[in-house]
Design a protein around this ligand. Structure first.
Ligand code: SF4
Length: 97
């Protein structure tokens, strides 16, 4: 699906629904603490537009926290000596459950 089509689908889904992320700064910040990620995840779990939100985030390669996934910009990741490799792992690629 193209980003344009996914954006159109998401806009349509948001016509009569205000998601919990609206106005929540943690969703658009460049970096989130573990507590903020957990708070975002809880909000997304109860969201009625998670499916089109996820589709748009994937299609548009969006940065930020979208549909239960922390899509931090690659420039904010760094290698570590810990198993798993980079920060802000491990939630970075985790899908919403
Ligand atoms: S699923 Fe998308 S629209 Fe819904 S609260 Fe999460 S980030 Fe916002």
């Amino acid at each position: 699906m193209s980003a344009e089509q996914a954006g159109s689908d998401l806009s349509e889904a948001l016509e009569h629904y205000v998601p919990g992320c609206a106005g929540h700064a943690a969703f658009t910040a460049d970096f989130r603490t573990d507590e903020e990620r957990e708070e975002c995840a809880a909000i997304c779990r109860g969201c009625r537009v998670a499916a089109p939100c996820h589709a748009y985030a994937v299609a548009a390669r969006a940065d930020g926290y979208w549909a239960g996934v922390d899509r931090a910009p690659r420039s904010y990741t760094r290698k570590t000596t810990e198993p798993g490799g980079c920060h802000p792992a491990p939630i970075t690629e985790r899908e919403m459950q």
